[in-house]
Each structure stands twice: as C-alpha cells, then as structure tokens.
Design a protein around this ligand. Structure first.
Ligand code: AMP
Length: 411
C-alpha cells in the first residue's frame, strides 16, 4: 500500500516524502483511514511501529480541513497525553515534521522545567497540545489551559501511564473534556484495567492491532550472557570490546545503578552518558542529543527515562539488569529494530534473575540464545524448586529446634 491510497493530503504527503517514508506501516495502514472518517480508535501497538504518525497525520489533516471553516483565533483543539517528557517532545517533533507544509501549530508541555517558556507558547496560540499529565493539570489549575475546545483527544501509552500511577490525573483530565470529541487510545498491552479505562474514553471504537506486546520486534536478535552480579562490570567491558557495537542503549533497573555503570565506563574512557529521573530535563535532553549525534557511545538509562525515546537506527540494546516484569523487556528492546531495521538485544543474567528470564522467554515465545564466548560465566547454580522446598523445611525445623531448646533452658 502507498500513502497516496490513504487519502492523505498533498502537504502531508510532501512532508512524508521528505522524510523518506516509502510505505505506511501496518498500524498506519489500519488506523489512518478510520481516523480520517472520524471514528474513535483503540490501538494495540508498541513504540517502534509508527503509531505516532498513525495518529498525528490524520489529526493534522482533519484540523487543517476544519481550519478553513473556522474564523476564531487559535485555540487548543487536539490534545495528546503521553507519560514521559521524552515521548512528549518526540510526539511534538512528529507533529511539526508531518505538518510542516500545513498551518497547524503544536506545543509541548512537561514537568521538570520552568513553565514560563511553555505558558508563553500557549499564549501565542496552538492547535495541538502534547502534554504529560502532571504539568497539564498544573497549568490547567493555574488557568493557562482550557480544554473546552478539544475536538481530538489521544491517550498514548495507556498501559505505561497506569504503571506510572497517572490514573487519577487522567481521570481528572478526561472529566474536563467536551463530550463531543474524537478519541484515540493507544496501549502496547491490553490488560483488563486498560480495557476498562478505554471504555470510559472511547465511543464505539474501531479496534486496530499490530504486533501485540508478546511478539517482540521480530527483527531483533536476542542474546544472553549468564554471569554473576560481581562480574557484570567486567563482562560489560568485554562485550564493548566489540567495535561493531558502535552505539548502545544500556538499561539499568535503578538510578544509582545507572550512575555507577556510567562512572565505570567513563573511567575506561568509553564515551557514556546517563539519563534517569534524578537528572534535570536539560541534562537528559543534552545526553540524548549527544547520543543521537554519535558523540556518546553508551547511553545508560532507567526504564522510565528511556520510555519511548526514539533513536533512528539504533542497533544495540544491552540489559545490564533483567527487568522483573517481562513486558518491560519487550518495551526495552522496542528501542532497536525499529521500522524493520535489524536490532540486537544483549542481556546479562545473574542467578537471581533466572526466574525473570523464564518469564521473558515465555512472553516472547522463544528461547534466548546463550553466548558461549563469555569469560565470566555464572558460577553458582540457583536452587531448583525441590531444593528451595527442602531448604525452607530445614530452616523451619531449625527454628523449632532453637525455640524448643530455649524453652528447655528457661525451665
Ligand atoms: P513510533 O512507533 O511512532 O515511535 O515510530 C517509530 C519510528 O519509525 C520513528 O523513527 C518514525 O520516524 C519511523 N516511521 C514511522 N512511520 C514510518 C514509515 N511509514 N516509514 C518509515 N519510517 C517510519
């Protein structure tokens, strides 16, 4: 299928050509026509599938078409809510890119930075507002934003939004939206609480689905190094000796861990930067920019900070820690192998993480290949189920024995 067949307007087609997009991705094929027909859409799609363009393109087109009939000044008519600042910035950039030959203006608001620049942009008037929930509510409460003219509403990454505890904020925001509007709802996974939330937002939605969360980007090769916690540091240096790994996004479960890893790599003269919640927004943007420009080889990130960041042709992801929620693995590796390109996910697994690995393999429905060229293999074998049972039994027996002895002594 070609973009022309989706009835996309000329100015947008021109921008897509400039971006060298040749054909629509499956989510774009499925969603764009429905959105242009003003239907509500419930999309099951993860980042990397082209879902931003799937909603941004038709929204720009509809807004531009309506614009001609409108005489009123520029009011916020489309609202996109997304969980993280990085994602918000990228969505804003997408609207600017696809809408560059139209009159549609957007702005992005997110927390962690001074609000002045954002309120100034709002005062000038925008058609599309991309926001994270907290700052949006904040600016609404201060009277800078009014949602009563919203005609298009997008809730992006709904599952992550709930994971991050935004449910109350989202409910408050939805309560202020006009009843008559078109709503689009995107989530990588569709557990029951997400489906329930979607029911409160959507009206007779068309369901579109591409690559459910469990089918991790098929173009990604997965490799596993079995090692011990104390050896991960050296094993990482061993892996990075491979100069083919020109740039890598490395995940750490904790902020402290991320800083520690970055410090170690910097000590070995490997260009590294870390992004996580304790870094200021400016620091995070700067690191991301340096990485995109190729001046940083290793970008160390926590899951939340890295959520949705879009780095063109990123080939390598390293999981320094295995995530304890299997779906997080899928989100992580979604950073590589985007839009059909090849990607490699390398994970380091210590004995305590073996159980996480099992859950991940079950979710992605494949066994991850073990790397044998590993100078730091796992040494301790974790207990199997029977050994664990015996161990607990023995612990219990000793406890009872101890208390029995104490009782005897005290008599
Ligand atoms: P997203 O899933 O929205 O985060 O998009 C993932 C990446 O795919 C972004 O870098 C987009 O610029 C790119 N992309 C989106 N649609 C297309 C397309 N039809 N052809 C090529 N690249 C695309």
């Amino acid at each position: 299928m070609r973009f022309e067949e989706l009835q996309i307007s000329e100015p947008i087609l021109k921008a897509l050509k400039e971006e060298k997009y040749e054909t629509p991705t499956p989510i774009q094929e499925q969603a764009i026509a429905h959105i242009l027909h003003r239907k509500d859409v419930m999309g099951s799609a993860q980042t990397g599938t082209g879902k931003t363009a799937a909603f941004a393109i038709p929204i720009i087109q509809l807004l531009e078409a309506d614009q001609k009939e409108r005489k009123s000044s520029r009011k916020v008519k489309a609202l996109v809510i997304t969980p993280t600042r990085e994602l918000a910035i990228q969505i804003g950039e997408s609207f600017s890119t696809y809408g560059r030959h139209t009159s549609i203006k957007n702005t992005v608001i997110y927390g962690g930075v001074n609000q002045h620049g954002q309120t100034e942009a709002l005062k000038k008037g925008v058609d599309v507002l991309v926001a994270t929930p907290g700052r949006l509510l904040d600016l609404m409460n201060q009277g800078f934003i009014n949602l009563k003219n919203i005609e298009y509403f997008v809730l992006d990454e709904a599952d992550r939004m709930l994971d991050m505890g935004f449910i109350h904020d989202i409910r408050k925001i939805i309560a202020t939206l006009p009843e008559k509007r078109q709503s689009l709802f995107f989530s990588a996974t569709m557990p029951k609480n997400i489906v329930d939330l979607s029911r409160q937002i959507l009206h007779k939605p068309v369901k579109v689905e591409v690559s459910p969360a469990s089918s991790a980007a098929e173009t990604v090769q997965h490799y596993m190094y079995y090692t011990n916690k104390s050896n991960k540091k050296n094993l990482l240096l061993h892996i990075l000796k491979d100069q083919d790994i020109d740039q890598v996004l490395l995940f750490s479960r904790t902020k402290h861990g991320a800083d520690r890893i970055a410090r170690n790599l910097k000590n070995k003269r490997i260009h590294t930067a870390a992004i996580h919640g304790d870094k200021s927004q400016n620091q995070r943007q700067k690191s991301l920019q340096q990485f995109k420009e190729g001046n940083v080889r290793v970008l160390v990130a926590t899951d939340i900070a890295a959520r949705g960041i879009d780095i063109e042709s990123l080939k390598y992801v390293i999981n320094y820690d295995l995530p304890n929620v299997a779906e997080t693995y899928v989100h992580r590796i979604g950073r590589s192998g985007r839009a059909g390109e090849e990607g490699t996910a390398i994970s380091l697994c210590e004995p305590e993480e073996n159980a996480y690995l099992k859950a991940i393999e079950k979710l992605i429905d494949q066994k991850i290949e073990k790397v044998n060229d590993n100078p730091f293999p796992q040494t301790e074998r974790p207990m199997n189920a029977q050994e664990k049972k015996d161990f607990e039994k023995e612990k219990q027996r000793r406890k009872q024995e101890y208390f029995a002895n104490r009782k005897k002594k005290s008599r």
